[in-house]
Design a protein around this ligand. Structure first.
Ligand code: ADP
Ligand code: MG
Length: 690
């Protein structure tokens, strides 16, 4: 059978070497690429009207005979080619500018179909209409008289040409498109055959045919991704020698007993899930998602203590030094009283300090190490690493995580994220992980009110912050800095801090913090803020994660339009941590409709999952994918905010296939097997051999 991904489009009738180069610019090299070069949209040109009924200003399709045709020179620079077309009810003129060669295309007496917007200049006319010349019975309608595909184009490659070439290649090759699943299964799940889907996605006979084609092709996009995830999961589960941690749980019980609150039911459930994973003899590979403030820290500590109790070491890894320090302080306060050994390890520490920590880790002593990726530098060797907890998972690359994991003998792995991920996306990105969700907030948190402040009222916002600060509250003022190396924006934050200190808040304590400050300076600013000597903390987005200061109950974010919705929600999570009502104020002048919707949503809801879904629907999954740094799965037609049903179907089929023993060893799944090997080779072991 032809492998269409290996069939060069140069050999499709009507392409040739020159056009092949143009197609290459569109990313189309093989016939399969061409099939996957989907229309941007469609125009329904099925409705053919009598010329006597067509209306000015509307797009109309008519069918008739060429009554007259000719070029005329309107000026030295302008040639007008015009034909008159009649259908017995009336006459319409079709006009083209500076395309004299059309003289050889149209002949008096030809039957044709025209589509275009109707104008009236004394007579009815259509400028540069789409046309199809009919030659007799069984005409192939490609450009009009049907539902017509509109393709993304490149220079020198026109709509008519692309349509014609796609049409021909479908005629010659659609029948050889390979199926991912067998006919029995396909019928069972009510999907159309792939060849039919290919034809109908380009040249649908009806809207229903188009929908069914789309469904099939979206399924084919999701299936390999889901299967790869499930095979990877299965492979991880079968890894030998993972630490089987069985502890009595005394340490966890002691720890929980010291907390001034009872666990939420969600926390209890998730800790039980983690314990079950850790006690089993396969390595835990779990994603913990929970909105900001849902209490992930207690869960993380419990996982670490389960390992410690069984004589293992644990690591808590954070994406930034600020967050690592914050965790370390929190853990210290909670765990020192019960005698747990704890170390901080970050890049900025002195050499001797680091050595001491490394020596301690090398010994067999059960201990927890909190740190940044300095931990994963190669000199650090753990003697008995049992569990790795990664906070703010989405900030880490997969490679970094894998390296950390390699520090131990398949240690249990818990990755946490405060960016709740819609289910479809979680399956697509993290389908290889088990997922636990903290879907309940601890009681007793004050509510957060959000206000969109217009630029001319920023002064009032400052006034409000002032008044509340004088009453003992604290506030954050955030200036956007997407990237800490962005000097200009950093300058703006610094200048603003200076200005606020001098003017609006001259009698209050104002501090500045950003990621490019040295550790000592940063620590001292944080300490001053925590201990109430500073009322206002001006910050770049570094405070997005981790801070937990109940008295800070006002946040003003400037230029909110520059941040993503989820990111803004993360920032908002820094307040509302005490009993009293908190205020989230933001300014922003979005320049796009989408930007506007984002800020409206921010004002309207504080539900992290709702926010994440909106974010996904508004922005598409690109942002999330880039965070995973894993190469975007090839999803072109599929829409994760709309196609959940198809995704779940693909997931279901994938799990059936993954259960085969060995999977993908025979037809009808050999195509899937080839595909996975090609796509994921070198990325991870799929449990199948090539
Ligand atoms: P996040 O999920 O954002 O990391 P934290 O773990 O920082 O949330 O918890 C947020 C706050 O809620 C902390 O002050 C923590 O002590 C408190 N907290 C956690 N669990 C509970 C609970 N079950 N009841 C009351 N407060 C809790
Ligand atoms: Mg946290």
């Amino acid at each position: 059978m032809n492998d269409l991904s290996e069939t060069d489009i140069q050999y499709v009738k009507g392409v040739g070497p020159r056009r092949a180069l143009l197609f290459k610019a569109l990313g189309v090299e093989s016939v399969l690429d061409l099939f996957h070069h989907y229309p941007r949209r469609y125009e329904d040109r099925r409705q053919i009207r009598h010329i006597s009924q067509i209306e000015e200003g509307r797009e109309e399709t008519v069918q008739g005979k060429v009554l007259a045709a000719g070029n005329k020179k309107a000026s030295p620079a302008l040639t007008i080619f015009q034909i008159a077309v009649g259908d017995g009810t009336g006459i319409v003129y079709a006009t083209w500018f500076n395309q004299p060669y059309l003289q050889s295309v149209f002949k008096v007496g030809q039957e044709l179909i025209l589509t275009g917007r109707v104008q009236r200049h004394r007579q009815l006319q259509i400028v540069s209409p789409e046309y199809e010349i009919l030659t007799g019975t069984g005409d192939d309608l490609v450009n009009t008289g049907r539902i017509v595909p509109i393709y993304p184009l490149t220079e020198q490659l026109g709509q008519r040409t692309v349509r014609q070439i796609v049409y021909r290649s479908l005629e010659s090759y659609a029948a050889s498109a390979r199926e991912m699943i067998g006919p029995a299964l396909r019928d069972e799940i009510k999907l159309c055959p792939i060849a039919e889907a290919m034809r109908n996605i380009h040249f649908p006979e009806t809207p229903a045919a188009l929908e069914s084609a789309r469904r099939r092709l979206v399924f084919d996009e999701f299936l390999p991704v889901q299967l790869a995830m499930l095979l990877k999961k299965k492979q991880v589960a079968s890894l030998p020698g993972s630490s089987k941690i069985s502890s009595g749980g005394a340490l966890v019980r002691t720890f929980l007993g010291t907390l001034p609150f009872a666990l939420t039911r969600a926390q209890e459930r998730v800790i039980a899930e983690i314990r079950r994973d850790m006690e089993s003899d396969r390595p835990m590979n779990r994603l913990l998602q929970g909105d900001v403030g849902s209490g992930k820290t207690v869960v993380a500590i419990s996982a670490l203590l389960i390992a410690l109790d069984a004589g293992y070491q644990g690591v808590l890894m954070a994406p930034t030094e600020i967050l690592a320090e914050q965790h370390w302080r929190t853990l210290n306060a909670l765990l020192s009283p019960i005698g747990v050994k704890l170390y901080l390890l970050i890049g900025e520490m002195g050499k001797e300090e680091k050595e001491a920590v490394r020596d301690a880790i090398l010994s067999d002593e059960p201990a927890i190490v909190v740190g940044t990726h300095a931990i994963i530098q190669s000199e650090v060797v753990f003697s008995r690493l049992g569990v790795v907890v990664v906070d703010e998972q989405h900030k880490f690359g997969v490679a970094q995580r894998a390296r950390l994991k390699s520090k131990g003998k398949n240690p249990d792995m818990l990755v946490m994220t405060a960016t709740p991920i819609p289910r479809t996306l979680a399956l697509t990105l993290y389908g290889d992980l088990d997922v636990s969700t903290l879907d309940e907030m601890p009681p007793g948190r004050g509510s957060v009110t959000s206000h969109w402040v217009s630029p001319e009222r920023v002064g009032e916002a400052y006034g409000f912050i002032r008044k509340e600060a004088l009453n003992g509250s604290q506030a954050y003022i955030i200036y956007p800095l997407i990237d800490e190396s962005d000097k200009l924006a950093l300058g703006a934050a610094t200048d603003m801090a200076e200005m606020l200190k001098r003017e609006q808040f001259s009698d209050l304590g104002v501090g500045l913090i950003h990621g490019r400050m040295g550790r000592e300076e940063r620590e001292s600013v944080m300490r001053d803020f925590r201990e109430g000597r500073l009322h206002i903390l001006v910050a770049t987005s570094v405070i997005e994660v981790g801070l937990d200061i109940p008295r800070a109950r006002i946040m003003l974010v400037e230029h909110a339009e520059r941040f993503g919705l989820s990111q803004l929600h993360q920032m908002r999570g820094r307040i509302g941590r005490g009993q009293e009502r908190s205020y989230f104020l933001f300014t922003g002048q979005p320049t796009t409709e989408e930007g506007n919707k984002r800020l409206e949503a921010l004002k309207a809801t504080t539900d992290g999952f709702r926010i994440a879904e909106l974010d996904l629907a508004l922005r598409g999954p690109g942002e999330f994918f880039s965070e995973r740094q894993h190469g975007e799965p090839d999803i072109r037609l599929g829409d994760l905010s709309r196609d959940e049903q198809i995704l779940l179907l693909a997931r279901d089929v994938a799990s059936r296939i993954a259960e085969e023993d060995p999977p993908l060893s025979e037809e009808p799944h050999l195509y899937l097997r080839d595909l996975l090997i090609k796509r994921y080779k070198g990325k991870f072991f799929l449990g199948i051999t090539s």
